[in-house]
Ligand binder design. Sequence first.
Ligand code: IPD
Ligand code: CA
Ligand code: CA
Ligand code: CA
Length: 268
Amino acid sequence: MEAEQKHALFIQAKEWTIEAGERIKERVQQPFKVNTKRDRKDLVTEVDEDTEKFFAEKIRNTYPDHQVLGEEGFGDDVTSLDGMVWIIDPIDGTMNFVHQKRNFAISVAIYQDGEGIIGLIYNVMTGDLYSAKKGEGAYKNKDLLPKLDRTRKLEDCLIGINQFWAVPNRRLDETGVHQLIRKVRGTRSYGSAALEFAFVAEGIMDGYITMRLAPWDIAAGVIIVQEVGGMATRADGKPLDMLRENTVITCNPAVHKEIIDNYLILKD
Ligand code: IPD
Ligand code: CA
Ligand code: CA
Ligand code: CA
């Protein structure tokens, strides 16, 4: 895609993301319906659904040949990444949205023939927008994010983890996980995969590791992290697949191999 065309698409995606954020902000303090999906901890609200509908409608009207892959099912039944595909998480961190009314994000990515070309992560309540166009660097609002520090030592790292790590996990050797937690300087858990990717890109966290994420959780984050020289792969180091769930490690490039080889010992 020509740079100019890519820029126009970026501006459009950014405009819709900010507009969607405004609409969410108007509703965050009002009562909204909360339902559950897979189990009692898997929440979805009418705001998640309406936000995804907002994007799906805009995209269909403006770019009828583009496909939409969204968490709440208002997009298309996407079975291939051929052509232009928007991968959207209307609210990433729904539990935070419901309980905290903050610490959630809109995640919007555009892939062209399987390659991520545009990524946007909008921290709605702070107004911080992380964005990237492939090959043109990543930004936090108007500021270009510096490349990640390649001399980072694992013992100085702050790593994002989640509840998978606190309870026995059939896929992970606990010894490795516990050793990693002892080795690093600290761990954090923010409850929004998209924001954890954004924080890795910003260099305020050095990594984020989780055992199961969907394409919409990571699609924009991967593009943004890669633009600052960061890594984003499966937990075994293999490439991520944007059509299915993945194990995920995103981190500073200085510690990627060390974490995978020495600590992320997968059982299968
Ligand atoms: C969730 C968040 C959470 C992660 C979950 C995701 P959702 O997304 O990113 O941090 O641990 O695995 O499903 O459902 O709030 O969009
Ligand atoms: Ca969800
Ligand atoms: Ca999500
Ligand atoms: Ca979501």
